[in-house]
Design a protein around this ligand. Sequence first.
Ligand SMILES: [Mn+2]
Length: 374
Amino acid sequence: MGERKQKGAAKKKEEVLRYGSKKVEQLLGVCGGPGRICVLLQDNPDPDALASAAGLRELVHAHLKKRVHIGYGGMCGRAENRAMMDVLHIDAHRMKESDLADYAVIGLVDTQPDSGNNIYPAKREAGFVIDHHLLPKRKRWKARFADVRPEYGATSTIVYEYLVASGVKLSDNLATALFYGIQSDTQDLGREATPAGARAYGELFNRADKKKLSRIRRAPVPAEYFQMLQDSLRTCVVAGSCVISFIPDCHNIDMIAEVADLLMRLEGMRSAVCYGVLDGEVHMSARAADARSNMAKKLKQVVAGIGTGGGHRVMAGGQIPLTDQPERRLNLLHQRVVRYFGGEQEPEPLTHATEDNGGVPLPPTLVEETKKDG
Ligand SMILES: [Mn+2]
């Protein structure tokens, strides 16, 4: 590094630290009062959320000697995430909306009120919000302290800056968690990575316990993982430069995003969509190779009038409740997915295993009916 570049980096770091300690002061102001503190995550917390929560717990404990409870509304089903909690001792618990009454301060981390993926009542003012997702066009939520940085690739980077700026010593487990949080949210800095993320990643890399990381990333998966994978390939179609797959019987919501990421590797593809049925609801993940595809916009068109969804240009997600006629709803949904994501291109099966039904991934019951009709 040249001398001038070195000076520039040092100056930037100083700026980050100054800004971070100002934010920490405000955050501790909110947490310092009487009563219990809860960090609430999205219903299906990912490594970035778990690491950020662990970091904030350490931050609050170091400065205020107060304990922080970590909660989430849904399931933490992905094997890697369960292993992360286990191996790095991140104590997070499932909770119901009624449990929120036990806390004087509730902070949302890696999510926001009114985003549809957490149990926080949208209209109630939150204690704090620390997140890196885009703010809605018309923000309706309120918080006593908010630090939302959509330009960041991971919430873990924000929390790491807080810890460094306020002089908290990181345990090896926490350094490993934060490293993994940044690594997984940015796909090894390949996606939505910023100088701030790269700096944190670089500093944490030396501290992270590689053996533990390997145990987390290669955590054993149940047999149903392979069943879901098989289903996703059996129904998979290619429409133009978009690959689309459907998991009719999904046991783990994280599988949907995982399959979308996996299918993005298919050569020639500019986008990938996976959706699956879980507890009477369809969950959908969409990915794009670059911002030109605008997945958030397409996803909003797909769920218009039947569900909710949004996200970024290269990553988006949605939920569609199934009505009393689930087959009809799924058919409508599939047509919309092909129309908006596939650009009206004729869908072709990806593999020989794809059902012979014109390439349209239908739930098994409908496949039978279609065969009868034809
Ligand atoms: Mn995140």
